[in-house]
Design a protein around this ligand. Sequence first.
Ligand code: ADP
Ligand code: MG
Length: 720
Amino acid sequence: MAYLRFKALEEVQNRPSVRVEADSNKVSDYFGENCFNLAKMHQALAPDVYKKVKKAIEKGESIDADSADAVAAAAKSWAVSKGITHYTHWFQPLTGATAEKHDSFFDASVGIERLKGSTLVQQEPDASSFPNGGIRSTFEARGYTAWDPSSPIFIMGRTLCIPTVFVSYTGEALDYKAPLLKAMEAVDKAAVRVCQYFDKNVNRVSPSLGCEQEYFVIDKSLHDARPDLVMSGRTVFGHSPSRGQQLDDHYFGSIPSRVYDFMKDFEIEALKLGIPVSTRHNEVAPSQFEVAPLFEEINVATDHNQLLMDVMNRVSVRHHLKVLFHEKPFAGLNGNGKHNNWSLITNTGVNLFQPSSSARENLQFLTFFVCTIKAVYDHSALLRASIASAGNDHRLGANEAPPAIMSVFIGSQLTAVLDELETNGNIKVEKGDNMYMKLGIDKIPSIILDNTDRNRTSPFAFTGNKFEFRAVGSDANVASPMSALNLIVADVLNDFANEVDGLVAKGKEKRLAIVEVLRKYIKESKAVRFEGDGYSEEWVKEAAKRGLPNIKDTPKALEAYVSKKTVGLYDKFNVLTKAELEARNEISYENYIMKVQIEARTMGDLALNHIVPTAIKYQNKLIDNARGLSDLGLDNSHVKSTISSISGHLNSLVKDVEDMIEERKRVNKIDDAEKKAIAYCDDIKHKYFDKIRRSVDKLELLVDDEDWPLPKYRELLFIR
Ligand code: ADP
Ligand code: MG
């Protein structure tokens, strides 16, 4: 092992940078080159077919058989002209990765390349090995993938990929995307209903998403010399380097050249796929970086984020690098998040979270703003559940990461606006903007412009014209948190409209009714607003006083998915049934158990087969040395004290590992997935992981560097 470490270090020394240049300096020359977007359909399809397809995409309707045939033929010709031979239905099963099964365009029965409309529209993958939480055994054995025309077809490698949703024949969703599409529809309807109070021209509202993706990059050889990184995506051992992120010198610093070349390479690939990547920079921790595309419609943004992670993984190989999307690859350093920037945009081009210079439009802004805050308050447990994963548990509440408490940050100035709106005396309908002036909402635009108040510690922050859900884990498929968010906002918007309609029916003037309901919501949801330091201990105490949940562990957090409230919500909007929610939780529990199990095994294996023998060998050298010194009549007390420290750590290490193995045997016998996940969390992870790690990390400091088998943090992290 020590050999592997030194060989890897030597390789890194001599590793050349891999320069990659795009065919053109102008991005517009190749943007979308590998994606069959609307522009390409426009060129390839007959005008009336194109019109029909475009309309269906915009309205989220299905496409008739003849048009599907035309699209299929055009997509195939385009792909074949680019040397592509195979196609696949691309989907996002609940494994968390994306799935594809390649079929050839070549149809031997007719001797030509072809893609039929029916094949484009529907496929039946042999998907029996995809997780379904028992759904397909209880309901129906077969599932199918259905084309999602709202997300463009693309070329990956040598394959034409058709974005699809994955459902069972009885209609249960077996993937991440189907619920997201339904949640989009729910928020669209509810938001349009509310917009109608302000603007009759609004007939469609679509949620937008821009994902800031954080990641670490390390050398591939060093990665491969760490079995924990290979097996679990994070380092289970490793003493922090003498220089971590204290200096904050990496943030926005210059990007190391090997990483820069990698970024340039994956960005070119991403741009060719039509993924509008726009920013790149260093993050806070050494070797940590971020990439962010321009925001897009949520469905496409979700696909593009999955695709981008895939592209980054693939491209990293060319540079002999490894991308780490794990939420907490290194203890003591910042974790990786995926900030989900979210807003609602109307067909008339208005961002509903954009304060306006028109006071009337600001009442609309405030309506959506307050309803979103209320939604987070009402369903904070669900939001927490939507981001729950074994990886994210290591991150939330640790270094520079939002806590597991869901709260909303809006900035001091908007706080003042809400306070004024809440406490203002009785208002009357008045001419012009007088009423708005009395409400204090005519001033909003100037306020936001000079609002530089940027709190980075909040899990859910308003940042000028969008909300930013920052607690989402970097490795997550964003469809789950985004389904939850859109759904809870849809729910509150509907409640809001019902209450306003009720008041109007009783004779209240519309604007007064709106203000009255907003006031009520501001009061009710106040506890979820927090402007202070979300990373502080005081906030944890304060949040407890306010009655806000602080659920640290995934197995407990997931319960919110099957609470009466959540089941009611998902059922009301016809997104997922109780059985489906339960099945999904079952998969999440299994997934959690697997992750903790792998980590526990890796720890045991590394400790007993690598660390302990290394420490004993070194200890023997010291024992020889102590004897020699004693033979010469010299003081050997310092050697003896090191031997005794090593002994102490070895004894506790071996005992803890053996106890953990025994405990695992007991826990493995638990049948119920939820109980087993809780036991893995409380009785394995919490009880043993830190203890075991502490002993190993102490040994790392005592044992000769020449003998240590694992690449150390300082070697992994300071890439050139
Ligand atoms: P930050 O200061 O947090 O880095 P940026 O302005 O760089 O913020 O934006 C981060 C992400 O938010 C980008 O992906 C950007 O496209 C996205 N974004 C900007 N406006 C919106 C919006 N109205 N809706 C959704 N995402 C948005
Ligand atoms: Mg941000």
